[in-house]
Design a protein. Structure first.
Length: 166
């Protein structure tokens, strides 16, 4: 599995490096095993998924290639409108569909959440090179945390419902 993670992480970093001013944005997966409900079979599969190892490989390879990595707290990303920022459970009438009750914006629910996750990455781009960002992480990647996190913070999300900080 380790070799597969190396190969996949290399392909992702190489693909990302082909873009001008690349930034990689991921959901934080800390505690995912305890947050997800499912069958015994599902939990067995989740526990065998070495996502931490894969993410570590992506992170260090991206750092070597000079690519910023941003981690976003996923809370609220599926219920906030990627068009206007309004957040409501009513924005998700079902699992696959998102329709904002405030502005009427409609799209696939996964695409809506992906846009909400990508938004802090765009904000990080506008802040300049990664060496100007304040990062306490040993590898230097930018870690976005929900408001109220301890330490020095710098807001990077323009959507107040998804506000995160460095």
């Amino acid at each position: 599995m380790r070799d597969i993670h190396h190969q996949i992480s290399r392909q992702i970093v190489d693909l990302t490096a082909a873009y001008e001013r690349p930034v990689m944005v991921f959901e934080t997966l800390d505690g995912i095993r305890s947050r997800v409900d499912g069958s015994q079979r599902f939990h067995r599969r989740m526990n065998s998924w070495a996502f931490r190892q894969w993410m570590d490989f992506v992170t260090y390879k991206a750092a070597l290639a000079g690519i910023r990595v941003v981690f976003v707290d996923p809370r609220g990303t599926s219920k906030a409108c990627s068009g206007c920022g309004h957040s409501s459970r009513s924005n998700r009438p079902d699992q696959s569909y998102a329709r904002c009750v405030h502005c009427g914006y409609e799209l696939n629910a996964d695409l809506n959440a992906a846009r909400n996750i990508a938004a802090p990455g765009l904000d990080a781009l506008s802040q300049g090179p990664s060496d100007t960002a304040r990062s306490n992480h040993p590898t230097g990647e930018v870690v976005l945390r929900p408001d109220g996190a301890s330490g020095d913070t710098l807001s990077v999300s323009s959507n107040s419902n998804l506000s995160s900080s460095l």
